[in-house]
Design a protein around this ligand. Structure first.
Ligand SMILES: Nc1ncnc2c1ncn2[C@@H]1O[C@H](COP(=O)(O)OP(=O)(O)OP(=O)(O)O)[C@@H](O)[C@H]1O
Length: 237
């Protein structure tokens, strides 16, 4: 397995407060990673440093063996509550192609192809602001992957979606791994979601990476007492 992103002794301090304690981890290609943990554990902060949006206070993030100092177009991110441009679905999804100067005809073809893959091609002319939560989540992911990144980072991709939409987004994430050979790193509040689709799970608590394991092992046989408690629902937020 190829190592895509390596976190080496990375810490984050903001206003004198340590938000991430030294973390080391390797993200490999073509895997789904689930990051779980209670509120304030540092999950979103970890996403910010591995996507180059925040520089660690100490330690380094390597992407393909080179220190990552700024966002890289090969790493796409969908933040919580993604912002939709006040245009239609086509223009939202085509945005990344437009800024790269892809001609309109090709843009149309590529957007249509991806919307078909996501089974939302019927929405192409609809105003993005008028979409349902589930549709918006799909459009946000389509917009993020239109430029074929290697890594897709998702912060709570299914927060506040109904079970049917949760299932559809989960299927889509697996498709990105299996058919598009992408690595997906997602923060989820729902540990059962990690259990369903993540190959590897990371458990964060109070800024510490408490445990990281193959997902099945983590859920069947957690090593750390805190992980056990969290999985059993005994760590309260
Ligand atoms: N820019 C900031 N300035 C000050 N404190 C911050 C900042 N960003 C994060 N924090 C603090 O760092 C801690 C970790 O935040 P983070 O958002 O990474 O946690 P999280 O695990 O994603 O939480 P949640 O599940 O609530 O989204 C929290 O206590 C938060 O208040």
């Amino acid at each position: 397995m190829e190592i895509l992103i390596q976190v080496k002794n990375a810490t984050v301090e903001i206003d004198g407060k340590t938000i991430l304690k030294p973390i080391s981890y390797r993200f490999e290609n073509e895997k789904v990673y689930g990051i779980i943990g209670p509120n304030g554990a540092g999950k979103s902060t970890l996403l910010k440093i591995i996507s180059g949006f925040l520089t660690p206070t100490s330690g380094e993030i390597y992407f393909h063996g080179k220190v990552l100092t700024e966002p890289d177009k090969r790493i796409a991110v969908v933040w919580q509550k993604p912002y939709m441009f006040q245009t239609n679905v086509f223009q939202n999804v085509a945005y990344g192609l437009k800024v790269r100067g892809v001609p309109r005809k090709e843009r149309k073809e590529q957007v249509l192809e991806i919307l078909k893959q996501f089974q939302i091609d019927h929405l192409i002319d609809q105003k993005a602001k008028s979409l349902s939560g589930g549709e918006m989540a799909k459009v946000a992911i389509a917009r993020a992957i239109i430029t074929s990144p290697q890594v897709l980072i998702l912060d709570e991709p299914t927060a506040s979606l109904d079970p049917q939409n949760v299932l559809e987004i989960e299927q889509l994430i697996l498709k990105l791994k299996n058919q598009f050979q992408m690595t997906v790193i997602m923060v989820t509040h729902n540990m059962f979601q990690a259990k369903r689709i993540a190959d590897e799970t990371l458990f964060l608590h109070s800024g510490y990476l408490i445990e990281s394991q193959a997902t099945r092992r983590m859920f069947e046989n957690p090593i750390h007492e805190l992980t056990k408690k969290f999985i059993l629902g005994e760590v309260h937020f």
